[in-house]
Design a protein around this ligand. Structure first.
Ligand code: DGL
Length: 276
């Protein structure tokens, strides 16, 4: 049993910088909440690894956050959300919020022609995480899925407006455009970093769904339901921990969050792997 207080932080983790897109949403939607973030930059990407490996990493990452006394865990990684939610929820008695269901719900609300595209890592697409969830919501939907693994290193590299990113996006998204999807789920938390290029390639009429936005609403509901909403009038703090290259993380985090990011610490990967 963990001691929980309203002022305890929300824990957020991802394989790298992708979860920052979720932090940005939580910051703007729940500005007085404190956040402890873990980005496993030493072991990114997760999306090319087996379900067993991803689950093992996810448990270590979540254990790190639990040691920081977080009141709720946001799995800000679609890859982990598509394979490890049951294991994580079974292990912890605090709420664990994933990306798949919130993203699927938003897409179903947004689509007008019933044609939804999903892009994600190999793991998320091969596990059919979104198509299964979408079909549960409405079995008449037509769902087109495509793994876009190169988007992760492009986002990590900060190539948000680069001709290589544009070319790769054109190649990956060709079929989505030809099939006329009107809603595209960015089924990897790294992808909102490349949203401008993706939107440009897909065309203005296509709605992009960022699961992090939808997940922030669910976080609020859970905290409220458990009486754990932070009632402080002050802006919350964000503490960041990464398993490698804190300098590069800072550069991308500041660019992406549009603010100075002071609290970044490197955690030894041996410490993380020892957290069974
Ligand atoms: N940001 C992650 C996701 O949402 C994964 C990227 C990766 O590690 O492959 O799936």
């Amino acid at each position: 049993m963990y001691f929980m207080d309203r002022s305890n932080p929300i824990g957020v983790f991802d394989s790298g910088i992708g979860g920052l897109t979720v932090v940005k949403r939580i910051n703007s939607f729940l500005p007085n909440e404190n956040i402890v973030y873990f980005g496993d930059t030493a072991r990114v990407p997760y999306g090319t690894k087996s379900n067993e490996t991803v689950t093992e990493y996810a448990l270590q990452d979540a254990n790190f956050l639990v040691k920081k006394n977080v009141k709720l865990i946001v799995v800000a990684c679609n890859t982990v959300s598509s394979v490890a939610m049951d294991v994580l929820r079974k292990k912890y008695d605090i709420p664990v919020i994933g990306m798949i269901k919130p993203g699927a719900l938003s897409a179903v609300e947004a689509t007008k022609n019933g044609k939804i595209g999903v892009i994600g890592t190999n793991a998320t697409i091969n596990n059919k995480a979104y198509s299964t969830e979408l079909k549960k919501l409405d079995k008449k939907l037509s769902v087109l899925e495509k793994a876009c693994p190169l988007f992760v290193p492009l986002a990590e590299e900060g190539w948000t407006d680069h001709k290589a990113t544009r070319l790769i996006a054109q190649e990956y998204l060709l079929e989505m455009r030809e099939q006329g999807v009107d809603t595209l789920i960015l089924g990897c938390t790294h992808y909102p970093i490349l949203a401008d290029v993706i939107q440009e390639v897909m065309g203005r009429s296509v709605t992009l769904i960022d699961s992090g936005t939808a997940a922030s609403t669910i976080v609020e509901t859970h905290l409220h339901g458990k009486g754990l909403r932070n009632i402080s009038n002050h802006l919350g703090f964000d503490d960041f921990y990464v398993s490698d290259l804190p300098g590069k993380f800072r550069e991308i985090a500041e660019r992406f969050l549009g603010k100075k990011v002071e609290n970044i610490s490197k955690v030894d990967i041996d410490y993380i792997t020892g957290l069974k």
